[in-house]
Write a protein that binds this ligand. Structure first.
Ligand SMILES: *Cc1c(COP(=O)(O)O)cnc(C)c1O
Length: 423
């Protein structure tokens, strides 16, 4: 039996309609920006394997570090114990984060980093003796698939079956072009309520919601409104962290600093799952008490897994090299140039980029949405060409590992141009 046939017998895939979807492609090897299927055909990983990969697949340096760590300490309970890799990673990250960040809480992935953030802010107020039960989020937001993360995400096809079970969240417009004022005005009205615990947002670009971008200035204004009103702010940098938007963090583009950060995806360079929620001293201090009921009762079996922490440290080593930032800048420049060449193309509603992420919204008679029927056509067109470009409905996005070369970027741009020629 082939790998695909055996897979079909037993495996249920994520975000996949198992009745109608085509058999998954078995990948047996990864190297740099490429992954290889069993027949030896190679594919450019133009989506960085769901936005996680930074330095290319099977990176020898990360592989070596992980392998060494495996032989020394694979895992240890993280309550009552610690280990050098968790400490080293915390020390290195805290230097990258804004100076108001003082504590690192480990978890498993992006969704759990958001769960931790949401629980942290609710309990912060609870511990201080003021119940604040509301969270503000952007319409179209995506913060993950667990219940708390779903609750603070925009209501969509993803959350439909669960709507009755999600807690109430106040949604405002994201400050996209033309809606900057509206968004700030909505927020100013809401912050007058005194039951708001926090404001959570994806800085500069809303990922799964359709790669929708906004400028730093209007975001800075929103964070400032909250900070002045005594409302905690949570930056979900799960997708945008680690150079994706051209700076180390997307919130490095704004001057007012959020109270909480959620990190995952690129954290380990895309090799192993790991989540981090960082917070200010002020938040942390609200949990310190002789009353054990004020403890933060949250933890996962694999909290701060030493191998995952080692991968994250190795990825930071690579991210600290000039070469990596030169490449990020090169991708940023090439994306901008490509978007400019598409100006005036009537098949396109929107072509824009931020840092290493480029998005193209294809004009269609249907509404722009994840369920748009163009999705499969787009996907199959690029797969045939040996390019993994898994669109969000009618939104094509290109988010490569940072080690991609100019010629390889050009191959993908050419394929996109050819696709536009065919529709
Ligand atoms: C992907 C994503 C998440 C969820 O992360 P997982 O690791 O998939 O659970 C949360 N927030 C944002 C902004 C994301 O892009």
């Amino acid at each position: 039996m082939s790998i695909s046939e055996s897979d079909k017998k037993l495996i249920w895939h994520p975000y996949t309609q198992m009745k109608t979807s085509e058999a998954p492609i078995p990948i047996v090897k990864g190297d740099g920006i490429y992954v290889y299927d069993e027949s030896g055909k190679k594919y450019i990983d133009a989506v960085s394997s769901w936005w996680v990969n930074l330095h290319g697949h099977s990176h020898p340096y990360i592989a070596e570090k992980i392998s060494e760590q495996m032989k020394v300490l694979e895992h240890v309970i993280f309550a009552g114990f610690t280990h050098p890799k968790a400490v080293e990673l915390a020390e290195r990250l805290i230097k990258k984060l804004p100076t108001n960040q003082s504590k690192i809480f480990y978890s498993d992935d992006g969704s759990t980093s958001v769960e931790v953030a949401v629980k942290m802010v609710f309990q912060y107020w609870h511990n201080k003796g003021t119940e604040k039960k509301k969270i503000i989020a952007f319409k179209n937001a995506y913060h993950g698939d667990t219940f708390g993360a779903m609750s603070v995400s925009g209501r969509s096809a993803f959350t439909m079956a669960f709507t009755p079970f999600l807690f109430d969240v106040i949604f405002i417009d994201a400050p996209v072009k033309g809606k900057e004022k509206k968004s700030a005005e909505q927020l100013k009205k809401i912050v007058k309520n005194n039951d708001i615990a926090a404001f959570i947002f994806e800085p500069l670009i809303q990922g799964a919601g359709g790669m929708i971008m906004h400028e730093p200035e209007p975001l800075e204004q929103l964070v400032e409104i909250c900070t002045k009103a005594g409302i905690l702010t949570i930056a979900d940098e799960v997708m945008t962290g680690f150079g994706r938007t051209g700076k180390f963090f997307a919130t490095d583009y704004i001057n007012v600093k959020p109270d909480v950060f959620c990190l995952s995806k690129g954290l380990t360079g895309g090799t192993l799952p790991l989540g981090i929620t960082s917070c200010t001293k002020e938040i942390y201090n609200a949990f310190l008490s002789d009353n054990s009921a004020k403890t933060f009762f949250h933890g996962h079996s694999y909290t701060a897994n030493p191998v995952a922490c080692t991968a994250a440290i190795a990825s930071l080593d690579l991210l600290e090299k000039n070469e990596c930032w030169e490449n990020i800048k090169m991708i940023e420049r090439k994306h901008k140039e490509f978007c400019n060449t598409l100006k005036g193309n009537r098949k396109i509603k929107r072509a824009e980029s931020v840092g290493t992420i480029m998005a193209l919204e294809i004009e269609t008679v249907e509404n722009t949405s994840y369920l748009n029927s163009l999705k499969d056509n787009i996907y199959n067109f690029f797969i045939k060409r040996g390019i993994i470009l898994r669109p969000l409905g009618n939104v094509i996005y290109f988010m490569p590992p940072y080690c991609i070369k100019e010629e390889e970027l050009n191959i993908v741009y050419k394929a996109i141009r050819d696709f536009l020629g065919e529709i």
